[in-house]
Write a protein that binds this ligand. Structure first.
Ligand SMILES: CSC[C@@H](O)[C@@H](O)C(=O)COP(=O)(O)O
Length: 376
């Protein structure tokens, strides 16, 4: 297939502005986020001084992606604690801001547990706030480490499953440094392959309706200098049929105990296509995304989002007109079906790559074993 749509350039860091950082200016501690709703047009930072501002940033997808939501949730609890707000109330609001990515609740719980433990040990509010912040910082650091390990395991798996000569990988949504303390999940594997000279092309699904692929993954791919090509989600079938996809690499928002994978809507159809075309479908996620308390795919709550995300175009460069703030592309009053995620059953998943190792085939026993290993 012709390469005229490819972007290729020098090798740079995937993002120069970190997706999240804690700062302590004289006016008081703040959480600074790179506003992902404005990318790729402009790099604008959002400064959160309290939990409600962070909840809004989470709902609007200014901050998004499972691992980053966990880190943000933990910092949000710390922010409420250091600024003297009601920590339990902040934790409940943060954990409930979006339902599908389990990492959000996990991050919130971790900082809250540290806060409560410090109080239970007789510490004052300041000491407890420091404990919550230390927990958030530890999670942030651990996510960066997990990211590097997933990249290593994922690249080894690609090399094992695919013939030598350069991998052509299809990805969906955005899973790079914008969602992580490190270089991400699925995208980090593609980046490792690129750096090793073994990525022939990254196929980037645009990822309707909010275009995380077109706006964010293409932005990260361009910065890394890898060869990439953007396609509409519904072009994936013809790409498989043309024999142009060697593997699918995606992230996950929640992996149920039976190995069902919830990820950005459009992942499940890719898994079906991959199976039909005998292409490996690989999920890359940290162990914190595996939720032993959710037994199966049917038990995963899939976030339903506002219809105007489908009935209007809301890309940052587009000026406003419609009821949701975008330009209408459907008749006014059109109802929309807009689930943010779908669920892929374990039998369609070739492998789940985590920082603790690879699960393949995907069974509940193998996943439980992996989680137990991670706890030791
Ligand atoms: C490593 S990120 C994995 C998932 O969180 C990602 O693929 C995804 O679906 C993100 O959805 P989003 O709605 O943009 O938060």
């Amino acid at each position: 297939m012709a390469d005229q749509y490819a972007h290729s350039g020098e090798d740079k860091r995937p993002t120069e502005t970190p997706a999240i950082r804690w700062e302590e200016p004289p006016e008081g501690p703040v959480l600074v986020l790179l506003d992902q709703t404005r990318l790729p047009a402009e790099e604008v930072e959002l400064v959160c001084t309290d939990a409600p501002a962070l909840v809004e940033a989470i709902r609007s997808l200014a901050v998004r992606g499972a691992p980053l939501l966990g880190i943000a949730g933990a910092y949000g609890v710390a922010l409420a604690a250091v600024r003297g707000f009601d920590v339990d109330e902040a934790a409940a609001a943060l954990a409930g801001a979006r339902p599908t990515a389990v990492n959000l609740a996990v991050g919130v719980r971790r900082a809250l547990a540290a806060y409560r433990a410090a109080l239970a040990e007789g510490g004052d509010g300041r000491r407890a706030a420091e404990a919550a912040l230390a927990a958030a910082r530890a999670l942030h650091r651990e996510d960066a480490e997990a990211s590097a390990r997933m990249a290593g395991h994922g690249l080894a798996l690609l090399d094992e499953l695919l013939p030598a000569g350069g991998h052509r990988v299809l990805t969906h949504c955005n899973t790079g440094a914008l969602v992580s303390g490190g270089e991400g999940t699925a995208f980090a594997v593609a980046l490792a392959a690129h750096r090793a000279g073994r990525l022939r092309r990254l196929w980037v699904d645009e990822t309707r309706p909010l275009l995380q692929g077109a706006r964010l993954t293409a932005y990260e791919a361009a910065r890394s200098g890898m060869a990439y090509t953007l396609l509409t989600d519904n072009a994936a079938g013809s790409l498989f049929a043309a024999g142009e996809v060697d593997a699918v690499l995606i992230g996950a928002d929640r992996i149920a105990a039976d190995g069902s994978v919830a990820n950005k809507v459009g992942s499940y159809p890719l898994a079906v296509l991959a199976r039909y075309h005998h292409v490996p479908f690989i999920v890359v996620a940290p162990v914190t995304t595996v939720d032993p308390d959710t037994p199966d795919g049917a038990s995963i709550e899939v976030e339903q989002r506002a219809g105007h995300e489908v009935t209007e175009i809301t890309a940052p460069q587009v000026s406003v007109a419609g009821a949701g703030g975008g330009i209408a592309v459907a008749p006014l009053g059109t109802q929309a079906y807009n689930p943010a995620f779908d669920v892929t059953p374990p039998e369609l998943v070739t492998a789940i790559v985590t920082e603790e190792g690879i699960v393949s085939p995907v069974t509940s026993e193998a996943l439980a074993e992996l989680c137990a290993r991670a706890r030791r």
